[in-house]
Structure formats: C-alpha cells, structure tokens
Design a binder for this molecule. Structure first.
Ligand code: FEO
Length: 180
C-alpha cells in the first residue's frame, strides 16, 4: 500500500493514542468524582463534574476521529480504576487542578513531537487543546481559590454548590451553541 501524503507517522500516531487514553481516563476520573459528590448531596458540584466528564469524552472522541482521518487507528484502551471516594470537595478540585497541569504538560509534549516531526497539520489541530488547557487550568484554579475562602464553613459550601449548578448550566448552553 502506498503511503498517503498526509498520513500520520507511527511516532505521532502512538503519541496521539496515548493522549486518547489520558482523555478517556480524565473522563472516568471526573465521572467518579461526580458520582461521589452526588452521594454527598452536592447536586451542583455533581452536575458540574458530570458535565466535565462529558467534555473529556468529547476531547477523546475528537482525537480518535482525527487519528482515523489521517490514516491512523484511534485505539480504545483499558483504563485503570479511578478513586471512588474523596476526602472533601476541596480535595476533589485540588486533584482536578493537579491532573489538568499534568494534561497540559502532555499536550505541550505532543506539540513538540509534531514540530520535531514537521507534522504541521497535527500541530495545527493541537492548538485547540492548547487553548482548552489554559481555560481548564484557570477554571480549576479559580474554584480551588474560592473553596479556600470558606474553609469548612457549611453555608459556604451550600452557596458554592449553587454556583456550580449555575456554571454547569452555562457550560451546557455554551456546548449547545458550539454544536449548532
Ligand atoms: Fe481534556 Fe481536561 O483535559
């Protein structure tokens, strides 16, 4: 078979497949956090996290489709089980921030691989993820800072939960607008 002109190299295809796994794990991780929050009666936090898990799945799908379009094969792999219980809401969001910082460095690593491999199409495709990571990290940081403000105060948590409910509605509206 002759190689298509704009086909992915094996190295870049493997690196993108690794990222598919990361995005899938992120989705499962946030889904597990959402389920835990729901059992704690924190419906706003749960809505936000369910939405976040959906977004990560969309990140994964976008990569699978891109890899397949470029003559590669997007692989759906087995995932390790995420934790199912969490110490507190603050601990959840600190974990998210930590996780997103790791994801950002992985995306940056991917960008570097595409530059070294002179694959400008994939480089261009990845810019969406670069911007997304800036937004995700900023949002997680903002939420962690907010949580630090009220510490263990229960009424603070009540209002925080309501805020996140509103944020989840906003995220859904933005997504609907993007998919129009
Ligand atoms: Fe898809 Fe939150 O990184």
């Amino acid at each position: 078979m002759t190689k298509q002109k704009n086909m992915l190299s094996t190295k870049i295809s493997n690196a993108l497949n690794k990222q598919i796994e990361t995005e899938a794990f992120s989705s499962q991780y946030y889904l597990s956090m959402a389920s835990w929050a729901e059992t704690q009666g924190l419906n706003g936090v749960a809505s936000f996290l369910y939405k976040h898990a959906d977004e990560e799945r969309m990140h994964m799908l976008k990569l699978i489709k891109f890899v397949n379009e470029r003559g590669g094969h997007g692989i759906v792999s087995a995932l390790k089980q995420p934790p199912s219980t969490f110490k507190s809401v603050k601990a959840v969001f600190e974990e998210i921030l930590k996780h997103e910082i790791v994801v950002t460095s992985e995306i940056n690593g991917l960008v570097e691989i595409t530059l070294n491999g002179k694959d400008y199409t994939t480089h261009n495709f990845l810019q969406w993820y670069v911007s997304e990571q800036i937004e995700e990290e900023a949002l997680a940081r903002q939420i962690v800072d907010k949580l630090k403000l009220f510490g263990d105060d229960k009424s603070g948590l009540y209002f925080f939960d309501r805020d996140l409910e509103a944020l989840a509605v906003k995220m859904a509206a933005k997504e609907a607008e993007t998919n129009k």
